[in-house]
Design a protein around this ligand. Structure first.
Ligand code: SF4
Length: 385
């Protein structure tokens, strides 16, 4: 008997498999049976995937092939989280590159906008991620959004997300700038609401700062806020994780994304594994199961799911949302449904065609991005031919 709840599935998108079965004409019961039989997943994972796949199909009813997403990567952070493998720039010296980065980004957005126009693409979602985009000043955030508005047709936009990520990068001025620029959804990510954990994982904010940032965002008028948490952080017990979920829920965000702890190569955690008490697979599973039940109770349903290599217990990441607040970008991007034009540090541009998916990668490191901006611009043209 295979102990992994995902049985034979090694890929990152299990929902896609069952969704293809539904779309090939099998009904829900047949799809689930086939999924169980072909992939030997656990009954609960099969049920979960079916639930998400059915929801996705409804949510994507009116998306067509010219509807695409725009991703903007801001590769700067305030400090590096213990588990992060992303090459972000954190030092004052790194941050002195921001004016040069802005100039390069403007050139790339302008060129990408021309490309989108030539192919009659309509942007339905914009997602500004990172890094931590709110490391930028209010003025620079407004400028980035302005470059997008000047270069792309945003008349059909349904969602505009900015990862406000770390509470210690958020203030009233930035929130107001985002709101005024038309951002509809932000993410404020505590990961844990336990101070000892935040200190251990290198996040320089307190649980109280997370709450303050959340209330400020509400006061500024944001009616769609996501919060990310991680199940299985070092030194955390099941009760610590449950307590984080309760504290986050008390703020009443529209969606909560539950990640499972991953030990990624290139992270500080990977380099210094012996120093940290890691969560065993059984505890991680209990945490993830608790999250599922808790979200049901608090009226948030699972709407997207993906897996990552090296996750505790081979478990998954799940986005839970209240009805009507599902993040369209997360679904379109994770399920390889729509073309995504990505600009900025670490962006992956993806052209989704009828028979194949082509990808082109932007470099992550800001100095490299700035120095090689012409190449980043040219590279994209090739896959859009
Ligand atoms: S905030 Fe995100 S991108 Fe930045 S260091 Fe932490 S995990 Fe990495």
């Amino acid at each position: 008997m295979n102990n992994c709840p995902w049985g034979r599935i090694t890929g990152v998108r299990p929902v896609k498999i069952i969704k293809n079965m539904l779309q090939s004409g099998l009904d829900a019961g047949q799809s689930k049976e086939k999924f169980l039989e072909d992939y030997m997943v656990s009954e609960e994972k099969a049920r979960l995937c079916l639930e998400i796949a059915e929801r996705e199909i409804k949510l994507l009813e009116d998306i067509d092939e010219n509807d695409i997403c725009l991703y903007v990567g801001i590769p700067f952070c305030k400090s590096r989280c213990l588990y992060c493998s992303f090459v972000t720039a954190q030092s004052a010296e790194d941050h002195s590159l921001i004016p040069h980065f802005m100039k390069a980004l403007k050139a790339e957005i302008t060129a990408a906008g021309r490309l989108a126009g030539q192919h009659n693409f309509r942007i339905v979602c914009v997602y500004i991620g990172g890094g931590t985009p709110t490391v930028l000043s209010a003025e620079d955030l407004s400028k980035v959004i302005g470059y997008c508005r000047d270069s792309f047709d945003l008349s059909k936009i349904r969602e505009f997300t900015v990862e406000a990520g770390r509470a210690d990068t958020i203030d009233n001025e930035k929130l107001s700038a985002l709101k005024e620029a038309g951002v509809t959804r932000i993410s404020i990510n505590p990961q844990s609401m336990r101070q000892e954990t935040l200190t251990a994982i290198g996040r320089q904010h307190t649980p109280a700062e997370v709450e303050d940032a959340f209330y400020q965002a509400r006061k500024t008028g944001f009616g769609n806020i996501n919060m990310d948490v991680i199940a299985g952080l070092p030194f955390e017990t099941g009760e610590n994780f449950a307590d984080t979920l309760r504290q986050v829920d008390a703020l009443n965000p529209e969606s909560i994304t539950v990640h499972t702890m991953c030990i990624k190569k290139g992270s500080r955690l990977h380099e210094r594994l012996g120093e940290y008490a890691l969560t065993d697979a059984e505890t991680a599973k209990r945490m993830v199961d608790f999250a599922y039940g808790f979200m049901k109770q608090t009226k948030r349903h699972p709407y997207y799911l993906y897996r990552l290599k090296y996750a505790a217990g081979s478990l998954e990441n799940i986005g839970y949302s209240k009805e009507g607040f599902e993040c369209l970008y997360n679904i379109l991007m994770m399920q390889d449904i729509s073309t995504v034009i990505s600009v900025g540090g670490g962006g992956v541009t993806k052209v989704v065609g009828p028979d194949k998916i082509s990808r082109v990668f932007n470099v992550k490191e800001p100095r490299e991005y700035i120095n090689r901006i012409d190449e980043m611009i040219e590279r994209k043209k090739v896959i859009f031919i």
